[in-house]
Design a protein. Structure first.
Length: 265
């Protein structure tokens, strides 16, 4: 069965009904596949988001690279494939500002520069990263066709707690002489499936709106609420976001092993 394409005006109405604020800061994680078809495709979705926010709103999307072997160039480097087609089209649009580092976000609107033009954050989602600055500006987080497993604000919460795990990572930057250089760091990384716990934390307190956008389901919450509730939970149970050792999750097992490794003298 062929599904009808939603008009841009209909998407705007859905976003406003959900609670997207005019004039606010909005960080969007999206799977266009879950929402489609929308007239004009991903660009129609971007236009609807901008219209729902109005001229005083600032729209933010993740825009980091998926290529650890090549230095990041904000003018040419594609966004990581797992961020989706909407995010990769967004940074290419006129007027959009992008971070200068590999853990980039892209944004358009009055607060775009203040949010995305940060120093290199290591690990990627520190409180002073672009995602962290969305929280500083009392921004909303909109999950379009994805769950909290895609919600990078929860990584900010992990670092604020702070959690004890960190797995080895690297990317390729440029040295003072302009030549490629490998940069190693440790990241609070794991499978992120247990980020879904945030649904219950937010729902039970009436802090998460949910509803249709296009043919998909959307979640909307304030970044400050997401981070605050996660920090409270993690301070009681620092490994809460990791699968148990018996559950066979390789990514969580690596994060869990990093705790033991750090405790060895």
């Amino acid at each position: 069965m062929v599904q009808r394409a939603f008009r841009e005006s209909e998407i705007v109405e859905q976003l406003r009904a959900l609670g997207v604020e005019a004039g606010g800061v909005l960080l969007v994680h999206t799977s266009f596949r879950a929402l489609r078809p929308i007239e004009s495709g991903p660009l129609g979705l971007i236009a609807a988001l901008r219209t729902a926010q109005g001229p005083d709103g600032t729209l933010v999307m993740p825009s980091w690279t998926g290529d650890d072997a090549t230095p990041f160039d904000p003018a040419t480097t594609a966004a990581a494939p797992d961020l989706g087609v909407t995010a990769d089209l967004f940074w290419r649009q006129p007027g959009v500002v992008r971070s200068d580092h590999a853990f980039a976000c892209a944004a358009i609107g009055p607060k775009a520069e203040a949010i995305v033009k940060t120093a290199l954050p290591l690990p990627p989602h520190t409180p002073d990263s672009p995602v962290g600055r969305v929280r500083d500006h009392d921004g909303q987080v909109l999950l379009l066709g994805v769950g909290h497993d895609a919600d990078t604000s929860l990584h900010v919460a992990e670092l604020l707690t702070p959690v004890p795990y960190g797995v080895p990572k690297h990317f390729t930057g440029r040295g003072d002489d302009g030549r490629p250089v490998r940069i190693d760091y440790r990241e609070n990384d794991h499978c992120c499936q247990r980020f879904a716990l945030a649904d219950d934390w937010l729902r039970t307190r009436g802090l998460q709106a949910e509803g249709p956008v296009g043919h998909g389901t959307a979640r909307l919450a304030r970044a400050q609420d997401i981070v605050r509730l996660a920090v409270c939970a993690l301070r009681d149970e620092p490994l809460l976001f990791l699968h148990g050792a018996e559950e066979g999750c390789a990514e969580c097992d690596e994060a869990r092993a990093s705790v033991s490794a750090e405790r060895v003298p």
